[in-house]
Write a protein that binds this ligand. Structure first.
Ligand code: OXD
Ligand code: MN
Length: 597
């Protein structure tokens, strides 16, 4: 099938290591896909769902110890430890190849090795990167066929070039003790063994498009970011594109597919989805920033997806979708918590055990039918509001960059950074409450700069420097904002309705970016004046609006202590501009608190 010597040599070395029984090239054809689905159904790897209700859809259950990204087993393997930095796990490359090599050895005996040539981005675009994933999982192949452009066109495009990411994946024996997700940015290589969970094994996604791409981007002069991309069309037909970074499971998919509230719909506002997870950003010839979503599908969290939170996602997943770790019923239906309709009378839960509504464990805790991090994998083109520009090889021009997090207190609904440098500080000090997409204690606040903490492929201090440097080269850098949809009152109730109403906030952001809409200057940035956001049709009191926009200098001074502790780990590598921003903020807050006190 190919004439690429580098590729052939690498595949034969990997096959020598893993010893598969057969090697099959993924050509991207419908016929091959159908045959693989059939084979995986026969082996029990996937279950075909009811054809009437869920045409072209399948169900898959991962091992119970393998339901989220395992960040503690994810490594950046650079020659020098400092290049991985203090926020990444690091392993010396030779040691990493040796250690994982022992797990890969013979791991595909009796199995087929699938060769998936895939492109992140449209073929021929200056953004696009090519990868080859070798895997022993049909589930991975079927997911990659949805999430990436995969098949023989990619090989043809690659030709004899050695410029591709080498990805090797084996389920191994799904033993968490023998699981490793390794990135070798200096070799443009990814090795993942012992897992079958999406984020660990769909190597085009987090591994290539964020960890490896962030490294490549710094060398080549662009940014790889954990951001959704969406377009907002105003009643005059002008479309503004926004890229927004939120930590995992903070509602990026919901925001990217937002339905305007009735009042704004009537006025003529529309939203267009470009991507829900990853943005590759380049400087255009016009000096503006242009963003591209390198993926072709959504790998979204199922629980909480319903016709109130995200009707567009529900429409997207009605067909040709793979469901992972949700609840399965005997008649080929699926269900998840906070989804549509009543739970079924019985079913098989994510962990393979029989499930009935109302079941509790020995301690009286609710037993989930679907795992909180259960997922759907669906083609992007099925999204009812997919932007006609989603696969434009040039990307889309950005009006604003938005950072956000899940903070019950502290951060106002929205604020605008004073300038790019301050915006980088705002991104660098992002924090959020931990969710189910990461393995770890839920509910705790963790610092997650630019939502890239688990995804930056190099030293995060260098990443901050690179963002600062990148901004300096832009004649008109886009404005940077921070949003927090999750602020609560003393009773623990959300102050802001969120979902579709978030468009009201995005409109303020867009207007500000165009130099309109009013704001007041606070120590942390520009906050909307009480009447600057259109609240028509919302049942929200003046006091609530005040609370939503409040900036409490005392709370922020406490927060700053957390910034300092976080930054200390980077030592001298932390750019001095970040420290300057820290001191300037400290001063603004102290003056403010003295005035208030
Ligand atoms: C994801 C994540 O799966 O961020 O997108 O964990
Ligand atoms: Mn993500």
């Amino acid at each position: 099938m190919i004439n690429n010597k580098t590729l052939q040599k690498w595949i034969s070395e990997m096959a020598d290591l893993c010893q598969p029984e057969a090697i099959v090239w993924i050509d991207g054809s419908e016929g091959q896909k159908k045959a693989l689905e059939k084979e995986a159904v026969a082996s029990g790897e996937i279950v075909r769902l009811d054809e009437k209700k869920w045409p072209g859809c399948f169900y898959h259950r991962t091992a119970t110890n393998d339901v989220a990204r395992t960040e503690h087993l994810t490594y950046i393997c650079t020659s020098k430890k400092e290049d991985a930095g203090p926020t990444n796990n690091w392993m010396e490359p030779a040691e990493a190849y040796r250690k994982a090599g022992a797990y890969f050895k013979g791991s595909m005996r009796g199995r087929t090795m699938y060769v998936i040539p895939f492109a992140m981005g449209p073929l021929g675009s200056p953004f696009t990167k090519i990868g080859i994933e070798l895997t022993d999982s049909i589930y991975v192949v079927l997911n990659m066929l949805i999430m990436t452009r995969a098949g023989k066109d990619v090989l043809e495009h690659l030709g004899e070039s050695d410029n591709f990411t080498r990805g090797l994946h084996s389920k191994g024996d799904l033993d968490i003790e023998k699981r490793l997700i390794l990135h070798f940015p200096e070799d443009n290589t990814i090795w993942s063994v012992g897992s079958g969970y999406g984020g660990n094994v769909l190597l085009g996604k987090k591994c290539l498009s964020l960890r490896i791409a962030s490294w490549l981007g710094r060398q080549e002069g662009w940014l790889a970011e954990h951001m959704l991309i969406m377009g907002v069309e105003n009643p005059e037909g002008r479309i503004d594109y926004i890229a927004a970074a939120f930590p995992s499971a903070c509602g990026k998919t919901n925001l990217a597919m937002l339905i305007p509230p009735e009042h704004l719909q009537k006025k003529g506002y529309k939203v267009w989805t470009v991507g829900d997870d990853i943005a590759w950003i380049r400087r255009g010839e016009d000096g503006r920033l242009w963003a591209l979503n390198p993926e072709t599908g959504f790998f979204g969290v199922a629980p909480g997806t319903n016709s109130r939170t995200n009707p567009n996602a529900l429409a997207t997943i009605r067909r040709n979708t793979i469901f992972t770790n949700v609840l399965l019923t005997g008649d080929g239906d699926v269900w998840w918590e906070n989804g549509e309709g009543e739970p079924p009378a019985e079913g098989i839960a994510w962990d393979g055990r029989p499930w009935k509504p109302g079941m509790v464990d020995e301690s009286g805790n609710y037993i989930h039918g679907a795992h909180p991090n259960s997922r759907f994998t669906a083609p992007i083109t099925q999204c009812p509001i997919i932007s006609p520009e989603w696969d434009n090889p040039k990307g889309v021009p950005l009006t604003a960059i938005v950072f956000g997090g899940r903070r019950s207190h502290l951060a106002p609904l929205v604020y605008e950074a004073f300038n790019w440098r301050h915006g980088v500080y705002v991104g660098a000090t992002m924090a959020s409450e931990v969710t189910a997409a990461q393995y770890g204690k839920q509910g705790k606040v963790r610092r997650d700069p630019m939502a890239m903490l688990p995804f930056c492929g190099y030293n995060m201090a260098d990443y901050f420097s690179y963002w600062l440097e990148f901004g300096r080269t832009l004649p008109n850098p886009p404005k940077i904002f921070h949003v927090n949809w999750f602020r609560k009152d003393e009773k623990g109730c959300f102050l802001w309705p969120g979902f579709g109403d978030n468009l009201r906030v995005l409109n303020w952001i867009i207007e500000r970016a165009h130099g309109r809409a009013s704001a007041v200057k606070t120590p942390i940035g520009f906050v909307p004046t009480p009447d600057a956001i259109d609240m028509t049709g919302l049942d929200i009191s003046e006091d609530t609006v005040k609370e939503l926009f409040a900036v409490d200098p005392g709370d922020w001074l406490e927060e700053l202590a957390g910034h300092r502790i976080f930054f200390e780990q980077f030592g001298a590598r932390l750019p001095s501009e970040i420290l300057k921003e820290y001191h300037a903020l400290l001063e603004r807050l102290s003056i403010n608190e003295a005035a208030a006190g």
